[in-house]
Design a protein. Sequence first.
Length: 203
Amino acid sequence: MKIYEMQIAPNPRRVRMFLAEKGITNIEFIQVDLQKGENLTSDFKQKNPFGKVPVLELDDGQCISETIAICRYFEESSSENKLMGESPIEKAHIDMWQRWVEFFFFMPTGMCFQHSSGYFKDRMNPIKEWGEECRTQVEKFMHHMNKHLEDNTYLLGDKFSIADITALCTIDFNRVNQISITQEQPHLKRWYDEVSARPSAKA
């Protein structure tokens, strides 16, 4: 199996952390330079018509795009360390938190970067005001997490899950937006230090 990725991008890191937590190592990683537009070639778009990474290519040539879809494939293929839930209620709560983190934290983080940095100005129209609005959304969600983590070890109580992986990768990527955990967020800092210490965080 192969995974096409750009190592410094947050979505591929989410997949690498997920695989590391599950102990899956038989993957070949192929680097795709997004800034150079290697993801926009006709060959790559045969693997993902939207030109995004990561993409999982199975041994039979089938391709799976989208971070959560890739993680779902490995979750269902392996009985080790279920990160997307075991019981119906646990699966539902993890899905709930995963969607919250993606919609209210991860996506605004990406939009803040794209519309504030000009990194992709050759292929999009950056809107500075939208970048600033997304920055506000990111900071607001970090306060929400801090409050929640006052009484919870992880986002799902005592259960480490894919939602924690997404949240950690989002916080780390926010360095490019110059957004970081503040002194007024001690519970978020405690959680961040614990999750960052996991071996998978270095994947």
